[in-house]
Design a protein around this ligand. Structure first.
Ligand code: GDP
Ligand code: IMO
Ligand code: MG
Length: 429
């Protein structure tokens, strides 16, 4: 019966994939509701590593039905490549369901994403170059191509013609690029149709029936709260709604059916791409976090920017998402530090801010105000109960909990599926 939402509390890469995978066997449906193959989730099962971009993490759990919701943008080449890779590794992907209303990332939008970034130069966003922004722009502009359009060649051709009539002008006249042929695009998109057909459904109906039948449905966000197009550090955001509200629009599951919102908070902070990041470290501590936490992008391989945990951001994520449970990940990465700083507030030009500043310019000037917690040296990767943790690690978690204002129900102590401490169950019995 319940729908559970899982979101990132910071700037992405908090370990959402691992958290979804953890709940795996108790979850019947995992729905991706926003974003596309800009996401990168690394999941480690029995020492084997899986890197997923477009597919929901539930694809790795036998018996779980993965769903690509209407709020997602789909690169079909990537979809089938990911499916082929998983099939080659023995993963059964046959239950995947794709919304007829999801939008397609047409090849011209991937091109436009890349050339626009180059054109912006120093003002770039640092996108993943996967065509995400231009495809969501087309959706809002009502010139997008939906999965269902692929099943009507006449409509598909009309839509591609209309899109390219404008985009080719931009490509040729502004960016000095070659124009893209309508036929080239239509032929490519049609080449996926037969393989796609059996996967496509009205996913809102599928999910309503699942909920009515008493199934557990997990709505898994790509990206995170501060990358959300409305609530993030605009314009340095992705182009979709990555917060709990987006889970409803992006899946068609109404808010009244959501019983729980789980937010994943890394025990420190990272960010990929441009944009403000108050606790960012440029010294050896930043390098320590990057090395120890293996903070290199799953999608683009870029080194992630690293910094201490920021509880102003944590409180904000709690407020925007209505969090019932936090999962703190990567606590093990903080082992071996004399003290562990927690950002509790900002100093903005001499004024203390306990909450996110209203103005983005203030956020750009925010200097973190830290509280220093005593560190711990013991290896915590084998801890499986809260009491197993060294006292200083427990104190760190409890102080985070107090500052972010919602309970911390689970704590990650290593990349593996088993490396987790569950303080409170994430699913209702
Ligand atoms: P996502 O995008 O939120 O799914 O996160 P990513 O997969 O991009 O990045 C999280 C990385 O941290 C992955 O490589 C995970 O295997 C790893 N990870 C997740 N939880 C833990 C943890 O508790 N400890 C450690 N050391 N690694 C973790
Ligand atoms: P997961 O799901 C971290 C960032 C990009 C860039 C901005 C816009 O793995 O947490 P886009 O290509 O979406 O238009 O890029 O958003 N970004 C992510 N950063 N994790 C992600 O996903 C991200 N998806 C997008 O780096 O700054
Ligand atoms: Mg990621």
């Amino acid at each position: 019966m319940p729908a559970i939402v899982l979101v990132g509390a910071q700037w992405g890469d908090e370990g959402k994939g691992k958290a979804t995978d953890l709940m795996g066997s108790d979850v019947d449906y995992v729905v991706k509701f926003n974003g596309g193959n800009n996401a990168g989730h690394t999941i480690v099962i029995d020492g084997e590593k899986y890197a997923l971009h477009l597919l929901p993490s539930g694809i790795l759990t036998p018996g779980c039905t993965p769903v690509i919701g209407n709020g997602v943008v789909v690169d079909l080449e990537v979809l089938f490549r990911e499916l082929d890779d998983l099939n080659a590794r023995g993963v059964d992907t046959s239950r995947l369901v794709v919304s007829a209303n999801a939008h397609v990332i047409a090849p011209y939008n991937t091109t436009l994403d890349k050339v626009t970034e180059r054109f912006l130069g120093a003002r770039k966003i640092g996108t993943t170059g996967r065509g995400i922004g231009p495809t969501y722009a087309d959706k809002m502009n009502r010139t997008g191509i939906r999965i269902q359009d692929l099943f009507d060649e006449g409509i598909l051709r009309q839509k591609v013609e209309a899109a390219l009539a404008f985009k080719n002008q931009v490509l040729a006249k502004i960016y000095n690029r070659r124009a893209i042929e309508v036929d080239e695009v239509v032929t490519e998109l049609l080449s996926y149709v037969e393989r796609l057909r059996p996967m496509v459904a009205d996913t809102t109906l599928v999910l309503e029936q699942a909920l009515d039948a008493g199934k557990n449905v997990l709505l898994e966000a790509g990206q995170a709260t501060l990358l959300d197009v409305d609530h993030g550090t605009y314009p340095f955001v992705t182009s979709s709604s990555a917060t709990a509200g987006g889970a409803c629009t992006g899946s068609g599951i109404p808010p009244t059916r959501v019983t729980r919102v789980i937010a994943i908070l890394k025990a420190y902070s990272t960010r990929v791409g441009e944009g403000p990041f108050p606790t960012e470290l440029f010294d050896d501590s930043g390098e320590f976090l990057r090395k120890t936490g293996a903070e290199y992008g799953t999608t683009t391989g870029r080194p992630r920017r690293c910094g201490w945990v920021d509880t102003v951001v944590g409180r904000y994520a709690n407020r925007i998402n209505g969090v019932t449970d936090f999962v703190v990940t990567k606590l093990d990465v903080l082992t071996g530090l004399d003290t562990v700083p927690i950002c509790v507030a900002y100093d903005v030009d001499g004024v203390r801010h306990d909450e996110m500043p209203v103005s983005q310019s203030d956020f750009h000037h925010a200097k973190p105000i830290y509280e220093e917690m005593p560190g711990w040296w013991e290896d915590i990767s084998q801890c499986r109960t809260f009491e197993d943790l060294p006292e200083n690690a427990q104190a760190y978690v409890l102080r985070l909990e107090e500052l972010i204002g919602a309970r911390i129900s689970a704590i990650g102590v290593g990349p593996g599926r088993e490396a987790i401490i569950e303080r409170f169950p994430l699913l209702d019995a």
